[in-house]
Design a protein around this ligand. Structure first.
Ligand SMILES: Nc1ncnc2c1ncn2[C@@H]1O[C@H](COP(=O)(O)OP(=O)(O)OP(=O)(O)O)[C@@H](O)[C@H]1O
Ligand SMILES: [Mg+2]
Length: 282
């Protein structure tokens, strides 16, 4: 498996303020790669560098082996992007938006109906974008990113602000894309999204990579954060470490018949983030 994206010591500054700070990572072909971080972490800036929209970086960023500052039309043709400012034409219909895009990038219009069906917008193809719900507009942006059958998709917060049903539909589309061999680079501040669909994740905080790994491995690595939440019969709530050190106290409560409920909370990516930064993802 070769790397689609390779980043080495990548830094970006805006007016001398570091926004990305010596990042190094690789994204192998065919995976869903998640960049998880709160607002202002530098996620969109990184996508802009990787897609060649921002060229003022130090260090190296490569797509398909080429410096992102010098991407050719052929490489641009292999990528699809759905950015947070979705850039749709409000007065044009759903279909017209895609056909306009197809004309610019010399893509056959014949692919449009199937793509609209795959994102569930075929019936709404004649509706003006200004009349779409947020979820439908999100799916149209995704449809546009899928138009050129890209090998590599960049999705900047693809489900931000969408309801759980639309989010699930978008996840299904992404999983189907991965099945076809597409590599997906997505950003999110939703740990559930990253935990459920990403094969690998980077946690980004203030332009620095603070942790990386498969979501399941990261949660396991921080298993010392696993807690037991106990409610006693007099409504007292206790949080104890989920370890043998808590056994004597629990034994005593059990012998006194004082436990109403007991739950364990396994670490999530949010717990990991809070442990490393003292702050949550939202
Ligand atoms: N063109 C710019 N000029 C100056 N500062 C910028 C510019 N673009 C981004 N920044 C700053 O860089 C930092 C990272 O911004 P970025 O948009 O990459 O964050 P993000 O992780 O995408 O956040 P969000 O989740 O809110 O989209 C922020 O502090 C932002 O203010
Ligand atoms: Mg952003």
């Amino acid at each position: 498996m070769s790397d689609c994206i390779k980043v080495e010591q990548l830094s970006v500054r805006f007016s001398d303020v570091p926004v990305l700070d010596h990042l190094s990572f690789e994204v192998p072909e065919g995976m869903i790669f998640g960049l998880l971080g709160p607002s202002g972490a530098g996620k969109t800036t990184l996508i802009k560098v990787l897609t060649g929209q921002l060229c003022q970086n130090e260090g190296r960023a490569e797509l398909f082996g080429r410096d992102t500052r010098r991407l050719t039309a052929a490489e641009h043709g292999k990528i699809g992007a759905m950015l947070d400012n979705c850039g749709l034409y409000e007065r044009l219909s759903v279909y017209e938006n895609l056909s306009f895009y197809a004309d610019i990038y010399h893509i056959s219009h014949r692919v449009i109906p199937d793509i609209l069906k795959s994102v569930g917008l075929y019936k709404a193809r004649k509706t003006a974008v200004s009349k779409l719900s947020k979820g439908m507009a999100g799916r149209l942006s995704l449809a546009r990113a899928l138009m050129n059958e890209a090998k590599l998709l960049f999705l900047d917060e693809p489900t931000s602000g969408l309801d759980p049903v639309t989010t699930r539909e978008i996840h299904d589309i992404l999983l189907e894309q991965r099945r076809k061999g597409t590599t997906i680079f997505l950003t999110s501040h939703n740990m559930f999204e990253v935990g459920s669909i990403c094969d690998y994740v980077i946690l980004l905080h203030k332009g620095n990579i603070i942790e990386r790994g498969r979501p399941v491995d990261l949660c396991r690595k921080y298993d010392h954060l696993n807690k037991l939440h106990i409610t006693l019969t007099d409504d007292t709530e206790l949080t104890l470490d989920n370890s043998s050190a808590s056994a004597p106290a629990i034994k005593e409560y059990l012998e006194q018949n004082r436990i109403r409920s007991i739950h364990s909370s396994e670490p999530t990516l949010e717990t990991v983030f809070v442990e490393l930064t003292g702050k949550g993802l939202q």
